[in-house]
Design a protein around this ligand. Structure first.
Ligand SMILES: Cc1ncc(COP(=O)(O)O)c(C=O)c1O
Length: 399
């Protein structure tokens, strides 16, 4: 999907920003539109993705899980094996390189699960950029190992104690900081949200996932998959998987599914399902779907996985939902925990709780699919960061 020159996907997206940020956004737009087609920049990016981050990541046929579920052949795109432990590194290396080219000396970022914070801190260390991370104090408490990693990598981690003290509030604080510092600072946004050009730029950096899947599935199966599945926080790992397949004639029948966090249930107030339960609104520089009360106040999102509790979704997803091109489903905390255990025990792979939401789709549906159906799930990250959360949740369920 292409956005228009003002960054709109249909009615979604745009640039809803304070006047003071216009020069900063214009600078990024200009630099990115130049570097996107610059061979030297793309070669440098590919170099770091390959030799530093470890691309390409494997596309692994999960034979045990497929046989146990008894239906579709399930393949896992192993972004959990990327340096840093999640897909976030694709984007942080891309944007940190861009920041260098723009002459910036400092990068800032928001983080929820801490994966984007770790990815940003790694890129900051690699490229010699001063790094500051904004993180809700609730997320700091539940993602301690990642907080320690960021600090070890030399980043300053700023606890955010405003609002609900989670991801949405961390974005607010990072944007506020950027307003006063953009002359030397790049805001390294972590997903396909925010004002134009962030949604397209982050999508482009993450598209390496889908490009590799296309090549790898052709090598292994000689054809494209029937189903593509990814979890959705803001939507970057999903866009990275879907985008290279969108708009291709022979891919028009591929069933693409984004899995939002249903938390404690869609009929409760505790979930992160912005497409299923949200309404159109404006926040963080874009028009999209957001969880809101009757007065249009943004509601708190909730998920057991810190990376999925954002109360909105990237504008390209909102557009794909309205077009009916991508199906948006959801998984509860309980389903995600079950999927976490299932993958761990059947394949010996400990997935991130975020990615477990996508695995849950396979557990619910693969058994009803034909045996020659091919499903590719984006295993967006590894679960080491979630061990405490999972152990506590399992103990609670058992007592
Ligand atoms: C492992 C992992 N997967 C998925 C996500 C969700 O982000 P996105 O929807 O941008 O891919 C996160 C966010 O922190 C994450 O850490």
């Amino acid at each position: 999907m292409k956005c228009d020159k003002n960054g709109y996907f249909g009615e979604f997206g745009g640039q809803y920003i304070p006047e003071v940020l216009k020069p900063a956004i214009d600078e990024i737009k200009e630099a990115y539109s130049e570097l996107k087609n610059d061979e030297d920049f793309q070669n440098e990016l590919s170099y770091y993705l390959k030799h530093y981050a470890g691309r390409e990541t494997p596309l692994y046929y999960a034979k045990n899980l497929s046989e146990k579920l008894g239906g579709a052949k399930i393949y896992l795109k192993r972004e959990d094996l990327l340096h840093g432990g999640a897909h976030k590194t694709n984007n942080t290396i891309g944007q940190a390189l861009l920041a260098k080219k723009m002459g910036k000396t400092r990068i800032i970022a928001e983080t929820g699960a801490g994966q984007h914070g770790v990815g940003t801190s790694m890129a900051g260390a690699l490229f010699g950029l001063e790094t500051e991370i904004f993180m809700g104090s609730i997320d700091i408490a539940r993602q301690q190992p990642n907080v320690e990693r960021m600090k070890l990598l030399g980043a300053k981690v700023n606890p955010v104690n405003t609002g609900s003290k989670v991801l949405k509030d961390a974005v607010n604080e990072a944007m506020r900081n950027w307003t006063a510092t953009f002359e030397n600072t790049h805001y390294l946004l972590g997903t396909v949200m925010g004002p134009h050009p962030f949604p397209t730029m982050v999508r482009d950096f993450q598209s390496v996932i889908g490009k590799e899947v296309k090549k790898q599935i052709m090598e292994q199966e000689g054809r494209f998959p029937d189903h593509l599945v990814a979890c959705i926080g803001g939507g970057s790992n999903a866009m990275g998987l879907f985008y290279p397949f969108l708009g291709e004639k022979d891919c028009s029948k591929i069933n693409m599914v984004g899995i939002e966090a249903a938390g404690k249930g869609l009929d409760t107030q505790e979930h992160g399902a912005s497409i299923s339960k949200g309404r159109k609104g404006i926040l963080h520089g874009m028009l999209s779907y957001f969880l809101q009360d009757e007065d249009g106040q943004i509601e708190e999102a909730y998920s057991i996985s810190a990376g999925l509790d954002y109360p909105g979704i990237g504008p390209e997803h909102a557009y794909l939902h309205n077009l009916g091109r991508v199906e948006y489903d959801s998984a509860t905390d309980k389903q995600a925990l079950n999927a976490f255990m299932e993958l761990t025990r059947t394949e010996g792979i400990i997935p991130a709780l975020e990615s477990s939401h996508a695995i849950s789709y396979a557990i619910e549906n693969a058994g009803n699919m034909a045996k020659d159906d091919i499903m590719v799930i984006n295993l967006s990250g590894r679960g080491d960061k979630d061990l405490n959360t999972v152990i506590n949740a399992v103990n609670k369920m058992e007592n």
